[in-house]
Design a protein around this ligand. Structure first.
Ligand SMILES: [Zn+2]
Length: 259
C-alpha cells in the first residue's frame, strides 16, 4: 500500500475538540490551504509531543498526512509568540472572537493568504494592545474585504452618487451606504452617523501596524460595533457566540473613552 501523502503548512489553531480517550480534532486556518480540520492522534496524553502546540490561538508550523476524510497531524511546532495574549482576559476574549470569525468566513475549499495574514496581524496587535477595541473594528471591516464582501463606504449603492456630507443610512443587504433619497425595500437598513462613516473610511484606508489612535465616546463606539456585527452576522447568517462574552466583560469594565 502506498504511504499516505503528506504536506507541510503554517497555521493558526482556531479550536479543538476531544474524540475518544486520547485524540483531538483541531480546526486550523492554514496559510497554504485555507481551513483544515485534522486529527491529532494521542494528543491528549501528557507525554505526546503534540501537547501544548494545538491549543487555540497558537501559531504553528506543521506536517500533516492526508487521510480518507480528515487529515492527521504528524508533526507540529509553535512558531509565533502569541502566548502572552492568553494571559490577559480581555485579550483572550478578543482572540477567541477573531478565531470564531476566521472559522466562519474561512473556506475549506480555497486558500486565502490575505485572510491568514489579517488574522495573525490582528492577534499580534491585540497581544500588544489588549484593551483597545478599534483593532476589532479594523479586523471586521478588512475581514469583509478579504472575503470579497467589502461594504461600499463612499457612494450610494442605489443611485451611485458620491455621498454628500450629512446623515446617511447603511445596509449589509444592499452592500453598504445609502443616500437619504434612495429607499430600497430592505429590512436591514439603519441610520449611519457622519462620524461613524468617517471612522469606517479611516479604518478602510489604514494599515493595522499604523492604526491611528482614536478616542471615541460610548455612543460612537457602540454604533460602529453594532453596525459591523450586524454586517458580519448578516453574511455569516448566524449569531456570533464569543460576542456575548466580550460584551459581558465590557459591561463590567465600563470605560469612559473607547480606543
Ligand atoms: Zn442614492
Amino acid at each position: 500500500m502506498a504511504p499516505p501523502r503528506s504536506y507541510h503548512c503554517e497555521a493558526l489553531t482556531l479550536k479543538k475538540a476531544f474524540i475518544g480517550e486520547a485524540d483531538v480534532i483541531v480546526t486550523l486556518y492554514t496559510k497554504e490551504r485555507g481551513k483544515v480540520r485534522a486529527i491529532a492522534k494521542g494528543a491528549r496524553r501528557s507525554n505526546s509531543r503534540l501537547v501544548g502546540h494545538l491549543e487555540p490561538l497558537t501559531l504553528v508550523s506543521m506536517s500533516l498526512a492526508q487521510g480518507r476524510s480528515l487529515d492527521y497531524v504528524t508533526q507540529v511546532q509553535t512558531i509565533g509568540n502569541l502566548s502572552p495574549l492568553k494571559d490577559d482576559l480581555d485579550a483572550v476574549s478578543k482572540g477567541f472572537y477573531v478565531a470564531e470569525l476566521v472559522d466562519g468566513f474561512g473556506s475549506e475549499a480555497n486558500a486565502n493568504p490575505p485572510l491568514y495574514q489579517l488574522a495573525v496581524e490582528t492577534l499580534q496587535y491585540i497581544r500588544d494592545n489588549p484593551t483597545a477595541d478599534l483593532p476589532l473594528r479594523f479586523f471586521e471591516l478588512h475581514l469583509l474585504e478579504v472575503s470579497g464582501l467589502k461594504p461600499e463606504l463612499y457612494r450610494c449603492v442605489e443611485c451611485r452618487r458620491a455621498l454628500p456630507p450629512g446623515a446617511h443610512r447603511f445596509s449589509p443587504n444592499v452592500g453598504g451606504t445609502l443616500c437619504i433619497d434612495c429607499h430600497p425595500a430592505d429590512a436591514h437598513v439603519r441610520a449611519l452617523s457622519l462620524r461613524a462613516l468617517k471612522v469606517l473610511r479611516l479604518l478602510d484606508r489604514s494599515r493595522l501596524p499604523e492604526l491611528p489612535s482614536l478616542s471615541m465616546d460610548k455612543s460612537l463606539a457602540q454604533e460602529l460595533q453594532s453596525l459591523l456585527s450586524l454586517t458580519i452576522e448578516y453574511w455569516l447568517d448566524k449569531q456570533i457566540q464569543s460576542n456575548s462574552f466580550m460584551e459581558q466583560l465590557q459591561r463590567e469594565s465600563q470605560p469612559e473613552v473607547y480606543r
